[in-house]
Design a protein around this ligand. Structure first.
Ligand code: NAD
Length: 452
């Protein structure tokens, strides 16, 4: 199997979740021989059958194509992965620990240790998971201490910036490629190999940043800290306009025209969530605190607090619109994923709000185009249904909490015929206030001055 006269690269991807499954399929799309490894047997069974066990637009097609071509296969055996590849991407999870704000590094450490037991020749390990700064340096020492005799292992860190919902596009046409190596000498094994992997992407003029391990680790968390800050920045102003009046969207438009600021990520709403931003800003605070530098990232505690207050706001708004009584009220929740075009409910503001309303005694009906299953896995007691019509039937208030296109397209008259009361909180500020008011709705959302 040859591509441009070069022997095809042999790649393993360790951890086949949102990031790893995408990376594996995209590496196969670039023409390589890829083996994906996970410890979750049910995930592997699905993937090996060409079935994607989560929702990501465009990825099922790639997965099917390359499982069928034989270029992409899956295993639970580290021995097999070590034998089948000499470039190993680490894409396991780094979730927040249950007992602190720190990242749980046991999966990354475990994956590297398992690889070390089986790598016998020359190999490159490329970390992609989001990790606390200093991890790669620590792992380099672990590798030096535990690698099998005769093996020669190089470690690189190559943070991933993909967005769920755009994962395939972001992997194949990223804004930039960043890799940190302990030796950035152009003919060094690590840099040469990683450039070979990304050659088809680099050839299109994609910016390439070659740096040291610490910078590579920090680039990822810095990007997420900045994005989280931008969202909380506009949400802090939403708290002000909620009290004094004013139009948060116009404010965002007006400052967004300044190209130094930019309009994107300036939407007031129910705040950020998901498997990345919340845990990444917390892990960063925990890490700088370990380094004796907690003062540097103190503002991220505020960013987090502003973000969490968004959820309180929706709950209290719903309560006041329902006569300061949630118990026994029928509430329709549209959207439980942390964002549209994903089935991911990790740290989802929408799901958190739905659960809080339920805990306050409301009868909560939930519809999400893709997220019901994952949400039900976490909170089985909400009433999950398969359409917005069912969710809204005879309800006292509708909460739009994730801006799926299906909800942006809702017709106020059609929805009005289903509900018992025409009251709506547009948690993402995506509905045309005027059109909904004309149809008889009481409607409000983040950043709006509102009195019952
Ligand atoms: P995930 O939970 O969907 O996937 C992690 C996978 O690793 C799971 O399938 C799990 O079974 C597997 N795993 C755990 N321990 C293992 C082991 N020892 N060996 C092999 N497999 C193992 O998580 P994710 O969203 O894909 O995130 C993975 C990493 O990528 C995190 O560090 C995250 O911060 C980062 N990241 C995620 C995204 C995203 O949008 N999801 C984007 C950029 C970076």
């Amino acid at each position: 199997d040859e591509r441009r006269g070069v022997v095809t690269l042999r790649i393993s991807v360790i951890g086949t979740g949102y990031l790893g499954a995408t990376h594996a399929a995209c590496m196969a799309e670039l023409g390589y021989e890829v083996i994906g490894l996970d410890v979750d047997a049910s995930k592997l069974t699905a993937l090996a059958a060409g079935i994607l066990p989560f929702h990501e637009p465009g990825l099922p097609e790639l997965l099917r194509k390359h499982v069928a071509s034989g270029r992409l296969r899956f295993t639970d055996s580290y021995a097999e992965a070590a034998a089948a590849a000499d470039i190993h991407f680490i894409t396991v999870g780094t979730p927040q620990r249950a007992d602190s704000q720190s990242a749980d590094m046991s999966y990354v450490d475990g994956a590297v240790d398992s690889l070390l037991e089986h790598i016998t020749g020359q190999a490159l390990i490329v970390g992609k998971s989001t990790v606390p700064v200093g991890t790669a340096r620590r792992l380099t020492e672990r590798i030096a201490a535990n690698a099998l005799p005769g093996s020669e292992i190089t470690l690189a860190w190559n943070p991933e910036f993909l967005r769920e919902g755009f994962a395939v596009k972001d992997t194949l046409t990223p804004d930039r490629l960043v890799y940190g190596l302990s030796d950035t000498e152009p003919h060094g094994f690590g840099l040469r190999k990683i450039r070979e992997v990304y050659a088809p992407i680099l050839e299109r003029g994609t910016p390439e940043i070659v740096t040291d391990l610490e910078t590579a680790e920090l680039v990822k968390v810095a990007a997420n800290a900045f994005l989280a800050t931008k969202i909380s920045f506009i949400n802090a102003f939403a708290e002000v306009t909620e009290t004094v009046g004013g139009d948060i969207k116009t404010l965002a438009d007006a400052i967004g025209h300044d190209s130094r600021i930019g309009r994107r990520f300036l939407n007031a709403g129910v705040g950020f969530g998901g498997g990345c931003l919340p845990k990444d800003i917390r892990a960063l605070q925990a890490r700088v605190s370990e380094l004796g530098l907690s003062h540097t990232m103190g503002f991220l505690a505020e960013v987090d607090q502003i973000n969490l207050r968004r959820r309180d706001r929706v709950v209290s708004l719903a309560s006041s619109m329902l006569g300061n009584e949630l118990a026994g009220k029928h509430i329709c929740v549209l959207g439980v994923t942390f964002k549209p075009d994903s089935d991911d409910v990790r740290d989802s503001p929408a799901l958190d709000i739905a659960v809080r309303l339920y805990n306050a005694g409301a009868d909560v009906s939930v519809y999400d185009p893709q997220g019901n299953k994952n949400a039900a896995g976490r909170f089985p007691r909400l009433h999950y249904v398969d359409s917005w019509q069912e969710a809204a039937k005879d309800t006292d208030i509708v909460l739009l909490l994730t801006e799926w296109q299906e909800f942006r397209d809702l017709d106020p008259t059609e929805l009005g015929e289903v509900v018992s009361t025409r009251a709506l909180i547009d948690g993402r500020n995506v509905l045309d206030r005027q059109a909904w008011r004309v149809a008889g709705w009481t409607i409000t959302g983040p950043g709006e001055y509102f009195q019952v």
